[in-house]
Design a protein around this ligand. Structure first.
Ligand code: CTP
Ligand code: MG
Length: 426
């Protein structure tokens, strides 16, 4: 009984120490994995900038730190185990010797002595194990906490929503003084934006990089929640629709095209919730001006893209994602800079196909070329999250001091110079 309090006290003291040491160790392991993962995914950048030695050194440093922290953790364990054994051993030694003298003096019988020794041995080992269990629990607690940090993250509510429409949307969209700030941001990236488009109309967003175009369109499928004002879809506040419904209604060609390491066919079919024929897939690919490229691969539409198959160029990837969205046939179409990686000629042919596609659906076009935005019903020119100009192509052209006119003049001048250059070369 006498040794139980010190053993508990020592165990709890080490429990705290080991918890801290193990947390440090795990955190360092995370640093190391991040370093490694970034080096592997960013290997091209590392090579292009000839930073192998730097990255190697960085890895060595992180790895060394992990080693040191691991060592410290082991040191803690290696101190605890002998320490608790010394305490328990000392108690046994003291008890055995003292009882032996008692037996010699005849105060207890030899039988009592043997019984005492047996009992102590029986009792000491559970006490010893109790201490070990307490200390080892600390590592389990740390791991459990780390897991809980992830599993306790709030899940996106896909289904909730005050209205549960059964049919497709019409596509009327109204922004009323909408502002938006990223949850980790410091200032509004969208400030007080208002506009109104009817079903089937198209709206173009033009503006310098970082002006908030992508942020604005990402509000529609509720990837983020707007922080001020109102967005109305068919007269109903966007928040009242479920995310699932919105995302079914909205087709978005994202700025950074992403393809899965699966066949091109699977990539085009991605997210299409109905049976489609090969003809439909090919029609979509033709509209996106990528059919010929796919047909030139030996495996055609079954060609696997990504690590295990062919690597598509940036423009080809972009066009496969356009084909995917065309096939989805959404009521609201968002094209976020989706022809930035294709040449002017291909862009023109995609634009033609998109023009057909844009009929009967509300379309958001983000582009840098005036040619791509000029036919939109409404053009918004954004700057630092604000609308600085708003109107049709003709209206905006007439504003001589406006940004739109400036961009137009620069782009037409470049085009003319190019044409002259080509004419001269011929
Ligand atoms: N931003 C942010 N957090 C994100 C994405 C963007 O804080 N997850 C910020 C950016 O730093 C930028 C602003 O939001 O200052 C607007 O970004 P974005 O909407 O992506 O700008 P675009 O107009 O789409 O720029 P680009 O033409 O380069 O695509
Ligand atoms: Mg963008």
């Amino acid at each position: 009984m006498v040794v139980i309090p010190p053993i508990l006290w020592i165990s709890l003291w080490f429990f705290k120490k080991v918890t801290k040491a193990y947390e440090d160790y795990q955190a360092q392991e995370a640093v190391l994995s991040t370093t490694l993962q970034e080096n592997l995914t960013g290997v091209r950048v590392v090579k292009a900038f000839a930073r192998q030695d730097y990255e190697k050194e960085k890895f060595d440093k992180d790895n060394w730190l992990k080693y040191i922290k691991g060592k410290f953790l082991l040191l803690m364990h290696s101190l605890f185990w002998p320490l608790s054994d010394i305490v328990l051993g000392a108690q046994m030694l003291f008890g055995f010797i003292y009882a032996a003298f008692m037996a010699i003096d005849g105060r207890i019988s030899v039988g009592d002595y043997v019984a005492y020794v047996g009992l102590v041995v029986w009792l000491i080992f559970p006490i010893r194990n109790l201490g070990r269990v307490i200390v080892q629990t600390s590592t389990g607690m740390v791991s459990y906490q780390r897991l809980m940090d992830i599993t306790k993250q709030a899940r996106e509510d896909l289904d909730g929503g005050a209205v549960q429409p059964t049919g497709p949307v019409r596509g009327e969209i109204e922004f009323r003084n909408v502002s938006f700030m990223y949850s980790d941001g410091t200032h509004d990236v969208i400030k007080d934006i208002s506009f109104h488009i009817k079903p089937g109309q198209s709206i173009a967003l033009l503006g310098s990089t970082g002006s908030g175009k992508t942020s604005l369109v990402n509000l529609l499928p509720r990837f983020h929640e707007y922080t001020g004002g109102q967005i109305l879809l068919d007269g109903v506040e966007l928040r009242d629709y479920s995310r699932k419904y919105l995302r079914e209604q909205i087709g978005i060609v994202q700025q950074e095209p992403f393809l899965f390491s699966r066949s091109i066919r699977e990539n085009i079919l991605y997210g299409v919730g109905r049976r489609v024929t090969q003809e439909e897939i090919e029609a979509a690919a033709k509209a996106a001006a990528v059919h010929d490229v796919i047909a030139s691969f030996p495996d055609g539409y079954n060609t696997v893209v990504g690590e295990k198959g062919v690597t598509l160029s940036g423009g080809q990837k972009q066009r496969v994602t356009i084909a995917r969205t065309i096939l989805k046939n959404p009521k609201i179409l968002i094209l976020d800079d989706s022809t930035s990686a294709v040449d002017t000629e291909t862009e023109a042919s995609i634009r033609k196909a998109l023009d057909d596609l844009m009929e009967h659906r509300t379309t958001f076009i983000i582009a840098h070329r005036i040619q791509s935005v000029m036919r939109a019903d409404l053009i918004l020119v954004l700057d630092k999250g604000r609308v600085i100009q708003k109107g049709s192509h003709e209206e905006l052209l007439a504003q001589f001091s406006g940004m739109y006119r400036k961009i137009y003049d620069i782009q037409t001048r470049i085009d003319e110079e190019l044409e002259m250059e080509i004419a001269r070369a011929n």
